[in-house]
Design a protein around this ligand. Sequence first.
Ligand SMILES: [Zn+2]
Ligand SMILES: [Zn+2]
Length: 639
Amino acid sequence: ADIYYRYLRKRGEDAVFICATDEHGTPIAVRAEREGVTPKEIADRYHVLIKDDLEGVGCAFSIFSRTTHPIHYETTRAFFLKLYEKGFIYEKEVEQLKCPRCDRFLPDRYVEGTCPYCGYEGARGDSCDYCGRYLRPTELRNPRCIVCGERPVIAKSKHWFFKLSAFQEELLKWLSRNEKLPVNVKNYALKWASEGLKDWDITRDMEWGVPIPVEGGEGKVIYVWFDAPIGYISATKVWAEQIGEKERWRKYWGKEGGARIVHFIGKDIIYHHAIFWPAMLMAEGSFGLPYTIIAGEYLTLEGRKMSKSRGWVISVADYLKLLEPDPLRYYLVMAAPLDRDADFSWEEFVRRYNDELVDILSNFIHRTLTLLTRYFNGKVPKPPHLTEKDLEVLSSIKAAVDKVAENLENFKFRDGLLEVMKLAHLGNKYLNDTAPWSAIKSSPERAAASLYVAVQIVRALADLIYPFMPFSAKRLYKMLKLKGEPENTPWEAAKEKLPPEHELGEVKPLFKKLKSEEGEKIRRSLLPREERQMAQVSLEEFYKAELRVGRIVEVKELGREHLHLVIKLGEVERSCVARIGGKYTREQLLGRQVVVVANIKPATIRGVRSEVMLLAAVHDGEVVLIVPEREVPEGSLVR
Ligand SMILES: [Zn+2]
Ligand SMILES: [Zn+2]
């Protein structure tokens, strides 16, 4: 999005670059619940982190807003009311899960249970992480309240529905006629739309979110996926207010304005942007529909899915402490085309950095400028006579400028950058062929002609690299002593020639080679460590542990975190202090068969002697007991 925006600005287009943090929804509310803070505090924390990361890599937002802004609440309410008045939102009584102990409804992620499709036990009320299906809380088998662990009951609640089904035909038409939609987005959305669209529940029984603006909506909020896209409009309003032209946002969003609205999203939210959002806009009626939707694919790290909880990530903030933003921007464009998943590999990053950015781009520029400094007092020479070859190279600059532009206009960022690099490559080759360093002795006129042509390529590169690598473009502008800044200079300026006698600035390499020791040092501090090599145990050692099946016959609370259990192992009963307080209730445990280490060295925990150890699976603060697949005699050995 940033590359596209920077390009549009250079084209003199009236472009606004809008982004915001989407701050409602149960993930934030649940997180707040677990940390004992308000959802707003969580949202505040992440808003700053995300903003710093994106701006740190050079995203030149017109505004980076948030969906907790009062203008967003106002805009969402008005949007909802308009659809309500037009009859596109209606009320319906629905069955929801409710926790009898917490006395509240359990929307989306407030409930977990077993996935009805794949049997995964950690499925959430809105989706199953294992099979990837979207779920409704009532579909879960063995549901439990994530706050207290209690089994929820079904209760009636009044909800509001958006008549998505009424827009099926119009959506199908819009999707199939939109020539600008990329194939991945178009096919995905068409498939959904043609399978039949159901009306959409846009209400949640919770406090965190935009309140329902009609009677009977007390204690309920608008579903996050209804309010989030409205954030594009409200953020534009906030921006307009900030620049003191309150009504300016209408120019971009009003149907009559004819502005092109381009969404840049991740592929996991195509459904929301290519189905829900256009249907909402069609229903509202006064706003323009998306011009296109560009959906990026996923980025893996060293061939594996990134995961924050497993620590398999590189944070942008850490990257920026060690390296410049431009090489990362370059790498992401080159290695992560928009139409397929890509990988961040350190080796590949270093290779592209050294072989492409340094050897091709930076070296060409540096050689040209230092030769000019050495032989022509840092001034552009006056070429006495240009050969056919010289003229050919000069005209390929113009062609390259147009090709890069064409690719950017068609959202082919990688192809655009390849054209830029091709021009730098051509410059290198031309320099090698004409060898001004040896021509300077035999034929100074030839050296002058050669460097005159080469510096014109450098001149063009200063503008061509700008959308991709804005920080380097700025530095190159200084080295070339170009007037103004790359962001204020029109795109076509890349075709202009530096006149003879034009004086250059101080020359420094644009990129310096990442030496192997240096690269290794960065790699070690940047990349997550490989998981520890697991210690191996022999069968003999393993069998020293006596695992047995027992039955819980008594449960007593022991402080907040522990439970004191009595576990029957055949003839004997054993005392067990387990750290599962708050995870299971007495009722859930009594009579259950579990697996214990029967010969663990006894210990005294919280003043109570513990003789056996309970086995449980642990993940992300969750504790799940290990139980035999069916009942077996108590005391049975586990092998
Ligand atoms: Zn599943
Ligand atoms: Zn509960």
